[in-house]
Design a binder for this molecule. Sequence first.
Ligand code: NI
Length: 492
Amino acid sequence: MKNFVIISIFSLIIFSCKDFKETNTAVESGAQKPVLTNVAYDTITSDLTDSIQIKNIRVGAESTDEKNRFHVSYPNTKFNFINENEEGFAQSYLNEFEKSAIRIDANASAGVDFGQHFEVIEHSPTLMAFLIERYTSYGNNYAEEFFTHMYDLKEKRMLKFSDLFESPKQFSDFVKIIRPKAELDLKKEISKMEYLNQKDKQTMWKNMIELFLEGTAPTDDNYSAFSWDKEGNLTIYFDKYQLASGNFGSQKITLKPKEYEQLIQTKYRALFHFELVEKDAEMKPERPISTKVDCGKVPCIALTFDDGPSVYTDRLLDILKDNNVKATFFVLGKSAKVQRRTLLRTFKEGHQIGNHSWDHKDLTKLGAGSVQRQIENTNEVIREITGSVPSLLRPPYGAINSTVANSAKMPIILWNVDPLDWKDRDADIVAERISKANRNSIILAHDIHKTTIEAIPSVISALKKKGYQLVRVDELFSGIKLNDGEVYRQRK
Ligand code: NI
């Protein structure tokens, strides 16, 4: 699998060179310009649990006008058979991205945006299961897909949905429970179609039945996406077009344990009743230490860190603590959820926590409902961990439109100093760029890059030497009223 990765990166380099040549000729001939230039590859590993890490591959990045973006997170475990499969799965998506990106016209208004993230459904001594979500956008056309990867750790193999049942008969019985529920949901949707009369509605359902039966039939292809919670509620995800035409969207059906548990093989039955034990009794939030600096009177600069919490955040917190510096962290909801301890430490040590969306999607490409969910779900997980709701939003890529501004319900904080730390992984270069910041600046940095963290001690000493106070964003704007949905790049 290593070879595969190397070959793939190598082929990208070839691709890039090829691009460059083609760009030159394209300019002369006035033809299409290929776009896979300015590619930043990025493989970060951070700990999700003691035995599961998150790996990332990124193309295109923060604060660039890169049209095509790719950001995939996938699990890395102590089991090679799992890692090989997950890496291959991520790589095949990357190959698809490369093929699509190369076709995008440089003058097109929107590029391709591929995203993948995962959640751990189950992690027991005998089984590991991940729910993987992919968000694939070709300009205005986007699709969301779910995949479940379930691994038997004793037999060292990936399990299919059908493996959960003793026999095909039980799988069929399971389908008999699913179908009436799915039918009811679809009929509810049809009944909402006011432009149809009763007869049209009946005809519509009749015409759908064939696809519906095919899409719910007991095959592993049809049941490739599912998850369950700690109470054993099992949810099946059906893709858009699987059960009905596209305007019905995707469907999901949830079953309570008593509805399906008798159909599951004895050896897997216990898994669906996995009780999550809160491991850490001292995980209680406390009020952070409050610091009061009046940036109207003294020269201030705000350091901000995006995209965490990550495996490097703890080291950064140590540095900030040693130097008695407070900063602001714009965190991702999905990362906060799995790095609770780091987020709580950040909060307890007096830093400000801001909202950076749930999973780093370009919010300008989402509808109002999705934007609100991105913001609210992140607020909720931060509130749950720290006891405090963030009061600042920084949308991924700094991308804002009226929907984002209206959904924000808090001030939008961007930056005026960008050291391009995602691009130049060199602590000295990053430190030098940040150290040039002026009074009232907001500095954009990322606590997911080791080199950025390494740059911070010299940044702090250089800025302090110039007489600046390094403050949180709320302190930077002390005495100034910030309005919801309005954009701020520095104190004015
Ligand atoms: Ni970001």
